[in-house]
Design a protein around this ligand. Sequence first.
Ligand SMILES: [Zn+2]
Length: 129
Amino acid sequence: MKEATKWIVRIRADLRCEYCGVHQRQCRYTHHIEHVEAIANGGSPDNPDNLALACHRCNLAKGARKMALDPLNDVPMLLFHPRLHTWETHFRVDASGYIEGLTPTGRATVSALKMNASVRLMERGRVSL
Ligand SMILES: [Zn+2]
């Protein structure tokens, strides 16, 4: 992937994970350029429309998955897609950094990506300079 493409993705995301919202400065590890649709599933390897900025925890938890169970009723739902969905429609974050899924897709994504694990809450709670 060209470095210029990586910077398009980073700047578009304002250096925040497009899933959990954590800023690069709040994380110990460099955010990943993630393929929303995995290459193994036919996703483009370098089209910015198939790329998102993801913290390492969201990226590793998501893997190549496109779906996960809505914890409310165990129905399989599509995961949040940063290029097709609007974050505020699917999630809400409170002052402590806790992310609530507002829709079946939001709930499935919060659960699958373990967005509210204690280490995640601590990262989001760090002051972003
Ligand atoms: Zn994240």
